[in-house]
Design a protein around this ligand. Structure first.
Ligand code: SF4
Length: 454
């Protein structure tokens, strides 16, 4: 394979060049350049999915991967191909008016928004208004490409382990009806009380999110050089930030009174696969996950065709690296699921691959100690549905790029084919939990996971 050469399309003059991939900033990896296509609110048309499949074949190595922020990455792009790839993606409606705006489109919405029978509010209009403001106001261009927001309508498909700079969770209050609990820095707090958060009416969300972000830009980005609110929290309390936000909007926000909100049982930790109820009784969403988050261009084209044939020609991407095809007629849902299964996707919850996550590993990443993708496939072969609900993360090194939180079981690569194995533990606050064994191969790791002796 020809060597990856940085090209003008990677914005060489940008101080954030190579920080993380974007549509206009292709970063080098072992298998070529990576282009991250941000999918606004995780909503992708079947035509756009076909366009991505086509450019991945023409200008990349034909492999695309889904990310844990519901975006898509095209891999294996060689330098001379970059501008062509970018212009074809922009022609497919996947670009932004200004190049800087691609970096500010980091709004994660619960992927079942608008369809979830349990949600308190359809957050799509609010999320779209926030996204629109962030991608059209150049005042936000100074934000890090990793600055991110999350908005959750309070339904069944909730994401708890991603830290976000600003988060909003719909809650039911006796006194005010549906409000949003709004937090700064960290994962969404799904508990009943959260003294660090504020209550915001749906009609106020855009205003308060904008005010909080502008305050962070002034105090954090320009003041202390922070890229995330959690860094600002090292020198400033949340209350102090809220005080400044309230000053900006000219009024106080409601605090949460302990006992005022009902707690929610959450959360989804694995891809939602299978047939999923929708608010409209005769419609279903059908969920399926590419094996270890990767799919080739042909497979992506097949998913797009299935969405067109059985659904409304639309896809939702989930932060669990999977697809939802919404609006499938109830009596066609099994056929749609069968088609996805034949296309090679994981469609059953009891398939061990539905709970396995692996990073690029040594085939795609120069930092890897081992081939995490290949080893995860091997591990799946040893496991069966008896492993219960555990999530398993196979990481090529200790950087843990693929999982932002902590999986139930984490294998950290230490040398070729060997891993240290950790288990999440309530009595360990170590990064991956408690270390159970060191330097085991995949067969021994499977033995530990299944409770057998290595
Ligand atoms: S966790 Fe390590 S090996 Fe895996 S992608 Fe990140 S840096 Fe590379």
């Amino acid at each position: 394979m020809a060597k990856f050469e940085p090209h003008s399309a990677d914005l060489r003059g940008d101080p954030r060049a190579f920080a993380c991939p974007g549509l206009y900033r292709i970063v080098p990896a072992k298998d070529g350049g990576i282009c991250r296509v941000r999918i606004p609110l995780g909503c992708l048309s079947a035509d756009q999915a076909r366009a991505i499949a086509s450019v991945a074949t023409e200008h990349g190595n034909g492999i695309v991967e889904l990310t844990n922020r519901a975006n898509i990455q095209i891999r294996g792009i060689l330098g001379p191909e970059q501008e062509l790839l970018i212009s074809e993606l922009v022609d497919s409606g996947l670009g932004t008016g200004e190049r800087w705006a691609d970096d500010t489109r980091n709004v994660l919405m619960n992927p079942s928004a608008g369809n979830d029978p349990d949600e308190l509010i359809d957050v799509r209009p609010i999320a779209a208004a926030i996204l629109d403001r962030f991608s059209n106001d150049i005042g936000f261009a100074v934000l890090s490409p990793k600055f991110a927001l999350q908005i959750d309508g309070g339904g069944a498909m909730s994401l708890a382990d991603h830290a976000h700079d600003v988060w909003l969770l719909a809650v039911d209050t006796d006194a005010h009806g549906v409000m949003f609990k709004m937090g700064l820095g960290g994962p969404i707090d799904y508990g009943p009380d959260c003294v660090d958060a504020r209550l915001v009416r749906p009609s106020e969300c855009l205003e308060v999110v904008v005010a909080a972000t502008l305050e962070f830009i002034e105090t954090g980005v320009r003041g202390s050089g922070s890229t995330h609110i959690r860094q600002l929290l090292e020198t400033m309390t949340r209350d102090a930030i809220w005080h400044r936000v309230e000053h900006r909007i000219g009024r106080s926000l409601l605090k949460i009174v302990p006992g005022q909100l009902r707690s929610r049982a959450v959360l989804v930790t694995r891809p939602p696969v299978g047939i999923i109820a929708q608010r409209v009784p005769h419609l279903r969403s059908v969920g399926a996950a590419p094996v270890l988050g990767r799919i080739d261009a042909r497979g992506l084209g097949a998913v797009a065709d299935i969405a067109t044939r059985f659904g409304g020609g639309n896809l939702r991407l989930t932060p669990w690296r999977s697809f939802l095809i919404p609006d499938v007629a109830e009596d066609s849902a099994e056929d749609a699921l069968g088609a996805l299964s034949r296309a090679g996707l994981v469609c059953r919850d009891d398939n061990p691959l539905s709970r396995l996550v692996a990073c690029a590993g040594s085939s795609g990443c120069g930092s890897a100690k081992t081939d995490a993708k290949k080893d995860a496939q091997l591990l799946a072969g040893f496991l069966n549905s008896s492993i219960g609900r555990d999530t398993i993360h196979v990481s090529g090194c200790s950087k843990s790029c693929a999982v932002p939180g902590v999986a139930d079981v984490t294998l950290v690569g230490v040398s070729d084919g060997l891993y240290d194995l950790y288990r999440r533990s309530p009595i360990s606050d170590a990064r991956f939990g408690a270390r159970m064994v060191e330097r085991v191969d995949i067969g021994q790791a499977a033995g530990h996971i299944l409770g057998a002796k290595p």
